[in-house]
Unconditional design. Structure first.
Length: 131
């Protein structure tokens, strides 16, 4: 959802820069983007990252299990401390450690085998980096 929205926003910015739409039209479209994001995020989680991880897990595990797993993931002290750092996304050498931590957390939470948890940990890390 957010990748598609980012694409649309980029196109809108290009059109505004090129003068193909007026400033009023640009602002109107920007407001619509905000409404779409607010409407899309009815998950009950505080941040876009939490919501995106929840939606990913819900597609795999069902809503109840995904909600519990997402809550437990973000309650983990090591993970929450790392994600609270403003520059963690740019610290690429830290990403393998985060992926390993996610894998370790996901195995009992989702009931996945190590290899399955590793695959999904990588995807969740990508989601966290993008959000």
């Amino acid at each position: 959802f957010f990748d598609k929205l980012a694409e649309e926003l980029e196109k809108l910015l290009e059109e505004e820069k090129a003068g193909r739409i007026s400033q009023a039209q640009f602002l109107e479209q920007l407001e619509l983007f905000g409404k779409r994001m607010a409407d899309k995020d009815k998950t009950g989680f505080e941040t876009p990252a939490h919501s995106a991880v929840y939606r990913y897990l819900a597609a795999l595990l069902g809503e109840d299990t995904a909600r519990a797993a997402t809550t437990k993931l973000f309650e983990d002290p090591t993970l929450s401390h790392t994600l609270a750092a403003s520059n963690w996304k740019r610290m690429h050498d830290l990403h393998p450690e985060i992926r390993d931590l996610l894998r370790k957390l996901l195995m009992p939470l989702a009931g996945w085998e190590r290899s399955v948890a590793r695959e999904h940990a990588g995807r969740i890390l990508d989601i966290l980096v993008k959000n």
